[in-house]
Design a protein around this ligand. Structure first.
Ligand SMILES: C[S@@+](CC[C@H](N)C(=O)[O-])C[C@H]1O[C@@H](n2cnc3c(N)ncnc32)[C@H](O)[C@@H]1O
Length: 218
């Protein structure tokens, strides 16, 4: 798959996949988008002393890095499981400017990418990562997740990933009242989430996006 490095409007990088016409993040600001959707409307809304998070689509590791930094700042232990079918190469990762923008050691960012797949890897004393290299269509887990970051490519490009069937498998790993956040506000996505057992709410989107979706397990 050909992938290109792109500079977004807030100065942070994203990746563009020409054959799909899809970006990994908003061109209006990758960092800004991840902070708004997954940290502000996700992580910051959970009151638990420690958190179990599931991410669909590890990609650049931006969501994981932001979560790691905030978990360390808040002293809130996190177990972070993430699924990815098409991992980036070390050459692609080396070019991404997230550690510079976030003023953190590049070695910390690298440790997320270099962590072995399929096992629990402590990245810091309070942040443990488990990366699964697989298609989310195969999703299953023995864990219960307090929070889900659903960050696959868009439903217009990968409709098979945004189905009630996939959401139901995820919902089965969440307790009543737990949260799933995603950038997509598409009607069909919301209907599929409802069918899978979530109550669906709207929230304002980051710049360039009117709304995002917050789903609460019922
Ligand atoms: C919109 S990007 C976001 C990635 C990541 N959260 C980030 O901040 O860079 C979508 C990600 O989903 C991954 N992906 C696409 N299809 C997948 C599938 N069937 N199973 C698992 N991951 C998939 C892509 O490779 C890509 O990394």
């Amino acid at each position: 798959m050909i992938r290109q490095l792109i500079l977004t409007e807030d100065g942070s990088h994203t990746i563009f996949v020409p054959e799909m016409g899809e970006h990994y993040h908003s061109v209006h600001g990758a960092m800004q988008e991840s902070l708004h959707i997954f940290i502000q409307h996700g992580f910051n809304q959970i009151q638990a002393k420690e958190l179990s998070i599931l991410e669909i689509g590890f990609g650049t590791g931006l969501n994981a890095l932001l979560t790691l930094l905030i978990s360390n700042a808040d002293n809130k232990p996190v177990i972070y499981e993430t699924w990815e079918k098409f991992p980036l190469s070390s050459e692609e990762i080396r070019k991404l400017n997230y550690p510079e923008i976030l003023k953190c050691e590049r070695s910390l960012y690298n440790s997320l990418h270099q962590a072995a797949w399929e096992i629990n890897v402590p990245i810091t004393p309070i942040f443990t990562l488990r990366k699964i290299e697989s298609d989310i269509l195969n999703f299953h887990s023995d864990r219960i997740f307090d929070l889900v970051y659903f960050d696959a490519f868009g439903p217009d490009f990968q409709p098979e990933l945004w189905t009630a069937e996939v959401f139901s498998k995820i919902a089965a790993c969440q307790r009543k009242g737990s949260r799933l956040v995603t950038y997509s506000a598409k009607g069909q996505v919301r209907r599929n989430l409802r069918e899978a057992g979530y109550m669906v709410e709207k929230a304002p989107g980051p710049p360039g996006k009117r709304e995002i979706t917050i789903a609460i397990k019922t």
